[in-house]
Design a protein around this ligand. Structure first.
Ligand code: SF4
Length: 270
């Protein structure tokens, strides 16, 4: 990575941005004031993934110039960065290659896993094929995986705050099923959170629930059975404050449900 740091810097460094930063985040000229966003640029996970992709390109060009290098999906959802990666000779393939696509790869081919990770089944297929994996999965994403795997072991359903179709969330849901046990449900926002919380507390129309969350829950998930114990996790690019609110609402509803059960035990209704 040290050997490519100058190249990475030259590709992504911006003098304008550096000048604005040096000026306290503000640039005023010709009656126009430009303010730099507080959070601007790549997060450290993506920075590391880009560095590793460059390093992989250099390393394999040096030791084995003919070895093709592939990237699963995109390194980041930014067309310019992905074009830059392509221009370095790294071929972008589907984030979840089909069996046919995997069959076209050869043992020893290099495959880069992006910062948001990949599904368990995809990783297994690539390993079985004998590909060399350059895994740039961010440590923070792996922490989420660790948590959902633990939920799975404890038969706790993972409630994942995220977008069901996002690669990172798909990778996380696959971890929630990594042991073959456990279920998951993806909620996108607070409105969906409230819908689920209301179901936990008051029940409802199961079919309506399943239709509403189609594509966002594990195979065999039954809201009447699998919402008895839940734990929250998230897609790391969701707003942290919103995930915390999702967590608060689930915690509150589970506490309410537990209190209600205890109350019923103490004062049975005849
Ligand atoms: S978890 Fe995702 S958003 Fe956070 S630093 Fe890692 S790659 Fe970036």
């Amino acid at each position: 990575m040290a050997a490519v740091s100058a190249q990475v810097l030259s590709h992504y460094r911006s003098e304008i941005v550096e000048n604005i930063r040096a000026n306290g985040g503000v640039l005023a000229a010709g009656g126009i004031t430009v303010k730099l966003a507080k959070e601007f640029g790549f997060c450290y996970g993506v920075e590391r993934a880009i560095d590793l992709a460059y390093a992989a390109r250099k390393y394999f060009s040096d030791v084995s110039p003919q070895t093709p290098i592939y990237l699963l999906g995109e390194i980041i959802h930014n067309p310019e960065v992905n074009d830059q990666i392509r221009n370095m000779g790294i071929k972008i393939i589907a984030p979840k290659p089909t069996d046919v696509e995997v069959s076209l790869l050869n043992p020893g081919d290099v495959v880069i896993i992006p910062a948001f990770g990949t599904e368990v089944s995809t990783r297994k297929k690539l390993e079985a094929k004998g590909c060399v994996l350059v895994d740039t999965t961010c440590g923070d994403v792996m922490s989420v995986w660790k948590r959902v795997r633990q939920y799975s072991i404890e038969h706790v359903t993972s409630i994942i705050h995220g977008k069901a179709k996002h690669e990172e969330t798909k990778a996380t849901t696959s971890q929630a099923r990594a042991y073959g046990s456990g279920h998951y449900l993806v909620v996108y926002n607070l409105a969906e959170t409230d819908f689920v919380c209301n179901y936990i507390l008051h029940g409802g129309d199961k079919q309506e629930f399943l239709n509403k969350f189609e594509g966002a829950f594990s195979a065999g998930f039954d809201p009447d059975l699998h919402l008895e114990a839940v734990g929250v996790a998230n897609q790391t690019t969701m707003l942290r404050g919103e995930t915390e609110e999702v967590q608060r609402r689930f915690k509150a509803v589970m506490q309410k449900k537990t209190r209600r059960r205890k109350h019923r035990k103490t004062f049975p209704l005849f």
